[in-house]
Write a protein that binds this ligand. Structure first.
Ligand code: ADP
Ligand code: MG
Length: 290
């Protein structure tokens, strides 16, 4: 669905503040895929994803949506932004209407849809993020909890009915319940609606649990790409990039250091349980007893 070829982005070119944020990045993201993007602060994650919906223009290289160059002449970039929805960091800062419903309706209304269609989309989008439209619709966005506000902002993006949803650190600043809820809804949007998801996050556990593929950025370059198992199998490399590994991968590593031969590619609690039991069984056999 998205393809970047030799994408380079320089902010403030020719000024003393010139910053090369991306260097020669090539990648593809298929329709319906769930891709995690990880990298230290300043590695270019936000800059990269803003090219996927044509908010930023490459300094060099090309970005394609369904094979069409986003910056070719005559491309309807408003249509592109409908198909590729982007939830910015701290999106609740962009809630501004008097009610949650009016806020979620803002985008569809701008499309010139008739009011019945707008209302239907508002109800659908709020339901998708677990906010009952009758209860939350009439309320002021500013009376909501942090997690609810974030989900209301997500509903605003979903009301445009995108095929791809990009989330830039959607759990930043939320408490554990807020984080769990928003990621739960994102996982469901992928599984049940087939939305392609691009998730930027500092939570390696979220990436391990949700992503089918992981992209690793370092100082503007794409330095690794692969399934989460593959990416997290090399903790030393990630640590060198200022990144961690999922908690259960770390646990596996510690157990191996202490002589318990568990698999090196554990991602989740369930996998850790199976791997530890298996390792104990193997050791029990070789020692003649558990
Ligand atoms: P990340 O999202 O991984 O933290 P960013 O894409 O925000 O990284 O930033 C990449 C680099 O580009 C950083 O050096 C950052 O300071 C710089 N940068 C980001 N946005 C701007 C901007 N609007 N103007 C100038 N420099 C920017
Ligand atoms: Mg960022």
């Amino acid at each position: 669905m998205i393809r970047c070829e030799h994408l380079t982005h320089i902010y403030g070119r020719g000024t003393p503040l010139q910053t090369q944020a991306l260097t020669d990045v090539s990648l593809t993201i298929a329709a319906g895929e769930f891709v995690g993007i990880i990298g230290a602060t300043g590695s270019g994650k936000s800059t990269l994803v803003q090219h996927f919906n044509a908010l930023l223009r490459p300094t060099a290289g090309h970005v394609y949506l369904d094979g069409g160059d986003l910056h070719a002449r005559g491309v309807d970039r408003r249509r592109v932004r409908r198909e590729v929805g982007l939830l910015f960091q701290y999106p609740e800062q962009q809630l501004f209407e008097e009610t949650v419903s009016a806020d979620v309706a803002f985008g569809p209304r701008n499309l010139g849809l008739d009011e019945d269609e707008v209302q239907m989309r508002v109800r659908r989008a709020l339901t998708l993020v677990g906010l009952d439209p009758d209860r939350f619709g009439p309320r002021s966005p500013f009376e909501l909890s942090g997690g609810e506000m974030r989900r209301a902002a997500l509903a605003g993006v979903l009301s445009m009915e995108p095929r791809m949803l990009i989330l830039d650190e959607p759990t930043a600043g939320l408490d554990p319940t807020g984080r769990r809820e928003i990621l739960g809804h994102v996982g469901r949007l992928h599984r049940e609606r087939g939305l392609a998801i691009v998730l930027i996050t500092h939570s390696m556990d979220a990436v391990a649990r949700l992503a089918g593929r992981v992209l690793v950025l370092d100082r503007g370059r794409l330095v690794a790409e692969g399934g989460p198992r593959e990416i997290f199998a090399d903790p030393a490399r990630l640590q060198a990039l200022g990144l961690g590994v999922p908690q259960m991968t770390l646990l596996g590593q510690r157990l191996r250091e202490r002589g318990l031969p568990v698999r090196p590619d554990i991602l989740t609690v369930a996998e850790a349980r199976t791997a530890v039991l298996e390792a104990l069984r193997v050791r029990g056999r070789s020692h003649g007893a558990l």
